[in-house]
Design a protein around this ligand. Structure first.
Ligand SMILES: [Zn+2]
Length: 179
């Protein structure tokens, strides 16, 4: 069993948030200027999606759309998994895989405070060796047990250790917190 590592220890703070209505050319320049692999798309400061360089290449450049006339909303990945800084990293990885997303937004007090990318998780070592090995093997979320009914870990509600957390409304919760 891995020790408890909070998301806070591994999240990165060099991210940028953009609005759904920003044009893709502006978003792409921001990505380069800030040297970030991914943008978090927000609507009234709530994270609603993500945009990577690859999305821009595949959905805009390759599709022959004009970046100056395309808005982020049209090409972003809809929906984004969120977590909070105190969440057990293993649970965050499970959430990432469930949502088949490349990035998770870390939210605290309704504010995005960081991001966690799959690429970062794979790179981390040696603390993350075990997770890295798991992730490297993973072909599907099922392989990682992302859809297991109950998993051990620290509850995202009360932070207490439980052997039977259940995924409920986007959070891994213990029996008490599920009510
Ligand atoms: Zn709980």
């Amino acid at each position: 069993m891995l020790e408890y590592i909070p998301v806070r220890d591994l999240m990165r703070s060099d991210f940028a948030a953009v609005s759904t209505r920003m044009t893709v050319d502006h978003a792409a320049s921001l990505m380069m200027e800030k040297d970030v692999p991914c943008l978090i798309v927000t609507k009234r400061s709530v994270p609603v999606g993500s945009l990577t360089e690859r999305d821009v290449l595949e959905k805009v450049v390759a599709a022959n759309l004009k970046p100056s006339q395309t808005i982020v909303k049209e090409v972003m990945r809809q929906g984004i998994v969120t977590t909070n800084p105190g969440t057990d990293i293993i649970l965050a990885v499970r959430k990432m895989l469930r949502g088949s997303s490349e990035v998770i937004a870390v939210v605290e007090n309704d504010k995005i405070v960081g991001i966690l990318t799959k690429a970062d998780l794979i790179r981390f070592s040696p603390t993350m060796m075990e997770i890295s090995r798991e992730l490297a093997k993973v072909k599907t979320a099922e392989d990682f047990g992302a859809f297991d009914e109950t998993v051990p870990g620290y509850c995202e509600g009360c932070r207490e250790r439980s052997d039977a957390l259940v995924y409920h409304d986007g959070q891994y919760l213990c029996r008490d917190c599920r009510g």
